[in-house]
Design a binder for this molecule. Structure first.
Ligand SMILES: NC(=O)c1ccc[n+]([C@@H]2O[C@H](COP(=O)([O-])OP(=O)(O)OC[C@H]3O[C@@H](n4cnc5c(N)ncnc54)[C@H](O)[C@@H]3O)[C@@H](O)[C@H]2O)c1
Length: 253
């Protein structure tokens, strides 16, 4: 593995499992010191423990990303603990329930947006302070194919992930002049505990069959896109949303 992120301080939210964990592992494997944020202590401590056992420079922070003060305090603690300003931030945390327009209720919608939108905005606001001091930075927001195409009974999720696209573009406008790039990734169907738990095997296979690449993606295939966007190889990519979906979006599947 290359060392293109050597000496960088990275923060990954929702890093206790699934795509977030894979992203944290990949950034650390490329030389970054990685702060892993999650709300689930039961998952976060063992995940980070395994990363460290594997020689990765990973650190656990129990944080609710939807709470502004908590996030700002954590970001300051990370800089103090790791000794340098944060220069990579990956917003990935998610809390969701899938409901149709007829059924969505206020408490559910509030929580979806507290974690998945405010929970992307607060870490970006807090990290930007340090990135400005560092002189550059990369923010990568994990959106979804659901930002670009519609799914049934997913009012909260489709609205959220489209909003992440708008947030990405607006933040790129504000932070670009400071040398900070803000981009989004729109993954398609990725094999994680969350996605495998949502569908039965037969419907997963049926969905995979109509994707041009004829399969679901792996978390590592999102992590590699994140590592690229975080690196200087992506130095002129700003405000973009890259699909990583085996062609599902262009095929309308
Ligand atoms: N799995 C897929 O097929 C897929 C497809 C497209 C996009 N995505 C996106 O990728 C990201 C990760 O997906 P996943 O499948 O790994 O999901 P996941 O549910 O396994 O992971 C989400 C993580 O966020 C954490 N989290 C929840 N609330 C939090 C809070 N308030 N503060 C901090 N952490 C919190 C959870 O504990 C969990 O570890 C999400 O943004 C999701 O929308 C996933």
């Amino acid at each position: 593995m290359s060392a293109r992120l050597q000496h960088r301080i990275a923060v990954v939210t929702g890093a206790a499992r699934g795509i977030g964990r894979s992203i944290a592992e990949r950034l650390a494997a490329e030389g970054a010191r990685v702060a892993c944020l999650d709300i689930r202590a039961d998952l976060l401590e063992p995940a980070v423990g395994e990363m460290r056992k594997g020689g990765l420079d990973a650190h656990a922070y129990l944080v609710d990303v939807g709470k502004r003060d908590e996030v700002h305090a954590a970001m300051q603690r990370i800089e103090a603990d790791l000794g340098d300003p944060v220069s990579i931030l990956v917003n990935n945390a998610l809390w969701v329930r899938y409901q149709a327009i007829e059924d969505i209720d206020e408490a559910t919608l509030d929580r979806i947006f507290a974690v998945g939108l405010k929970g992307y905005i607060w870490p970006t606001q807090a990290a930007a302070v340090q990135m400005k001091r560092h002189g550059s930075g990369a923010v990568i927001n994990i959106s979804s194919q659901a930002a670009l195409v519609a799914f049934e009974k997913a009012i909260g999720y489709c609205s959220l992930k489209a909003a992440v696209g708008g947030f990405t573009r607006a933040a790129a406008m504000d932070l670009g002049p400071h040398g900070i790039r803000v981009n989004a990734i729109a993954p398609g169907m990725i094999e994680t505990p969350a996605s495998l738990g949502k569908f039965d095997q037969a419907s997963l296979l049926a969905r995979a069959r109509v994707i041009p690449s004829r399969r679901m993606g792996q978390p590592s295939e999102i992590a590699s896109v994140v590592a690229f966007l975080a690196s200087d190889e992506a130095s002129y990519i700003n405000g973009a949303m890259l699909t990583a979906d085996g062609g599902a979006t262009i095929a309308g599947t």
